[in-house]
Every structure is written in structure tokens, then in C-alpha cells.
Design a binder for this molecule. Structure first.
Ligand SMILES: [Fe+2]
Ligand SMILES: [Fe+2]
Ligand SMILES: [Fe+2]
Ligand SMILES: [Fe+2]
Length: 399
């Protein structure tokens, strides 16, 4: 039976508040947990942070005090949801271990979305981006071996390969070449709207995470690598957010946000392997159904349309964390040397790209290359996790 969030009853808003004891969730055991449970936690944290920040921005553009009060009532609950979700992560993991998990999310979530995306232009945007986060995973895994003397397969558990993607130094494009063409809200498939919201939220939390935790490291190479990859995540947020039609009203955007939260909690409820975490996805789904209903009321009142006119009639197939090794290898073979020019994609290093590269490198080797060389010097070889055989293409390792 298809699940239609507009037809389901949620938890009434005045029953959604949790006390401190209820918010004090027991974290997952990092050694025993399914890596994809951790990936779902990180994804939902990104989604809840986006829900909170979007609501703040909406409130700042809203002059009606009653509507502002309605927004904050829901926002307070979103904020509690964010706490419950993110506090499932155990404090015993290092910042770098969490970083590696963030990049695993970026790889397997974006690959899934790329595979499911119906619009070819949007699909290309995800295929393009995933090869970059795939490379970040490899750079951080080498940093991890070098400074924490551990191997990333302890975190990614052979579900995701670790090897070069599109080399990170090639991600530094002129900012104007990161702006994509948006979908058209009247013509796009509802699934495409959900995809763009999800990946934007995931990249945004990664960007925020690196800008905050980068300077918590003491090792110079770690501090520099977080700066470099942090700048790429800024590019990724621009790349993905520009896919969304800016012509959506605040109320349509709110409606899409709440619908997407329903979609993802429902997806993760269906696919979660840890029963305790699954219970949280189910509880939060019950809350989101009510958020969606309330957003629908605002949409009807201010946009004069029915939510059914813009939302999918039922939820699409669940967003699923699974291995994408073959898919990534195919993309490496066909797209590793692609860059952007304007809103399109090209294979040659055009003039604006070359100028940006020269300006940002300052005539030196970037941290993302040095980290590999440094680890080779210390460990006798670089770190890779190639479970499916040798790397499909030779990737140039020095600029
Ligand atoms: Fe939420
Ligand atoms: Fe990344
Ligand atoms: Fe990214
Ligand atoms: Fe919500």
C-alpha cells in the first residue's frame, strides 16, 4: 500500500514536546552498529538542521505575529528532533572518524539519488558531485591512518570503497561555475524536488561541520586539509541549492520541507536494522505528519492552493543506504575528468578554471595532495580500500 502523508494522522502538536529524560537518547555503539545506521543518523541531523534554519529564515521574512508564533511552535519541536537524532552519535568517536562517516553519507546517499533521479540534468549534477566526495573520503582516510594510526575500513566496513575519485585539487572552480540551472517547479517530478532538498541539506551540514571542527585539530596538515575540503563543501552547497526553483513561495518551500521529512523518516523506518533507532524514526514520522498538515494550512491560506496540487500523491520508493561500488566505478571510468563551465559540464580545463587553480594554489602543492605523500612516507604506502579489484582508471596524483 502506498503511503500518502497527507492522508495519515500524526501526533497532535501539543503532545510532541519531550522532557530532558526523553531527549536523553542512548547513543549507538560505534563498534557494533551498522555503518548505514550511522549514515541515516547523520542524514537526518542534516535534514533537521535545515528544518530549523529554514524556519528561522521564514520567520525573519514574516510580519504576521500569529504566523511567527505558529512557525516557532513547530521549530521548537524540530530543534528537539535534531537533538534526539544527533545525540545518537557516541562521543567516543573522534572528529576525524565522524568526518569519514560524513563523507560515506555523501557518497552513498548522493549515489542513490543519482541512480533514482528521473531528470537527466539533475542526475548529471549528482553524478558530478559524488565523485568529489568520494575523493574526500580517500584524503581523510589517509589523514586518519597518519595521525590516528587506524584504518578507515573500521568505519566504512567495506561497504564503500576508499580510493581516488576526481582529485580534490581539481574541485576548486571559479565560484560562478558552481551555479547550476534550476528545475521548473511547475514541470518537475515531485521526486526531483525532494532529492534536491535532501542533498542540499546533507552538503550544508558537512560544510558547517568542517568550518567548525577544522580548527579543533592541532596537526598542521589536518587543519589545512579541513580548510581545503571545507571550501569544496561550500562549492557543493552552491551547486545543489541552485537546482531548486527559486520561484517557490515560502509556503510552498515549507510544505516541501515537511513532506521531505516525512519521506525520509518513512524511508529510514522501512530500512533501519537497529530496532531502537527505528523507534525514533517512527516517532519522528508521527510528528512530521502533523507538521505537514500545519504547513498545508499555511499553504492553503497564503498561496490559495491545495497541497495535493504540488506534492506527490504518495511517497516514492524509500531512500536506501546500500553499496554503490559498481556505480561509482562506472562513473570514475566515464566522468572523472569532467569540470563545469557556466551551468554545463566540459572535459577541458578552460581559462576561468585554470585562472582559479593558479590563484588558489599559490604555486604550491595543495594539502589534499600532501596528505597522501605524507602518509606514504610514514606508512610505506597510501591507504586505499579497493574491495572490487584495482582502481578502474589511473588518476593523476600531482597537479
Ligand atoms: Fe523535523
Ligand atoms: Fe566531501
Ligand atoms: Fe560534498
Ligand atoms: Fe518537520
Amino acid at each position: 500500500m502506498a503511503f500518502d502523508p497527507l492522508q495519515e494522522r500524526g501526533i497532535p502538536l501539543d503532545e510532541q514536546l519531550r522532557n530532558w529524560r526523553e531527549l536523553n537518547v542512548t547513543p549507538i555503539d560505534p563498534d557494533a552498529a551498522d555503518p548505514y545506521t550511522r549514515c541515516r543518523i547523520i542524514t537526518m541531523n542534516g535534514i533537521e538542521v535545515e528544518a530549523v534554519m529554514f524556519s528561522h529564515h521564514a520567520a525573519r521574512h514574516c510580519s504576521d505575529p500569529d504566523v511567527k508564533r505558529r512557525l516557532v511552535q513547530v521549530r521548537y519541536i524540530e530543534s528537539q528532533q535534531q537533538k534526539a537524532v544527533n545525540w545518537l552519535l557516541p562521543g567516543s568517536s573522534s572528529v576525524l572518524e565522524t568526518t569519514i562517516a560524513y563523507e560515506q553519507v555523501a557518497v552513498d546517499l548522493t549515489a542513490w539519488v543519482a541512480r533514482m533521479e528521473p531528470d537527466p540534468y539533475l542526475k548529471q549534477a549528482y553524478q558530478f558531485g559524488v565523485l568529489e566526495d568520494f575523493d574526500h573520503l580517500y584524503r581523510y582516510a589517509n589523514l586518519y591512518e597518519m595521525i590516528e594510526h587506524r584504518k578507515a575500513d573500521k568505519i566504512v566496513d567495506r561497504l564503500t570503497e576508499v580510493m581516488p575519485g576526481r582529485p580534490t585539487y581539481l574541485h576548486h572552480r571559479d565560484p560562478v561555475d558552481n551555479v547550476r540551472r534550476p528545475y521548473e517547479r511547475s514541470r518537475t517530478e515531485p521526486l526531483s524536488r525532494l532529492h534536491a532538498l535532501t542533498i542540499t541539506a546533507a552538503e550544508q551540514q558537512t560544510m558547517n561541520f568542517y568550518m567548525n571542527v577544522g580548527p579543533l585539530h592541532m596537526e598542521p596538515i589536518a587543519r589545512q586539509l579541513y580548510q581545503e575540503i571545507g571550501m569544496v563543501e561550500e562549492e557543493h552547497v552552491t551547486h545543489y541549492e541552485s537546482l531548486v526553483d527559486p520561484g517557490e513561495s515560502w509556503w510552498e518551500m515549507l510544505l516541501n520541507h515537511e513532506f521531505n521529512e516525512c519521506y525520509l523518516y518513512h524511508s529510514f523506518m522501512e530500512t533501519e536494522t537497529d530496532p531502537r533507532v527505528r523507534a525514533i524514526w517512527e516517532l519522528h514520522l508521527g510528528m512530521e505528519l502533523e507538521h505537514l498538515r500545519l504547513a498545508g494550512e499555511l499553504f492553503k491560506r497564503f498561496d490559495g492552493r491545495d497541497p495535493e496540487q504540488v506534492l506527490a500523491p504518495a511517497l516514492p520508493p524509500p531512500v536506501t543506504f546500500e553499496s554503490n561500488k559498481g556505480y561509482i566505478r562506472d562513473l570514475l571510468t566515464t566522468q572523472v575528468d569532467v569540470t563545469t563551465l557556466g551551468t554545463g559540464y566540459v572535459r577541458e580545463a578552460h581559462e576561468r578554471f585554470t585562472r582559479m587553480q593558479q590563484a588558489v594554489m599559490g604555486g604550491e602543492e595543495p594539502p589534499s595532495e600532501r596528505v597522501i605523500e605524507d602518509n606514504r612516507a610514514i606508512s610505506g604506502r597510501e591507504y586505499r580500500l579497493e574491495t572490487e579489484g584495482p582502481h578502474p582508471v589511473g588518476v593523476r596524483l600531482t597537479p
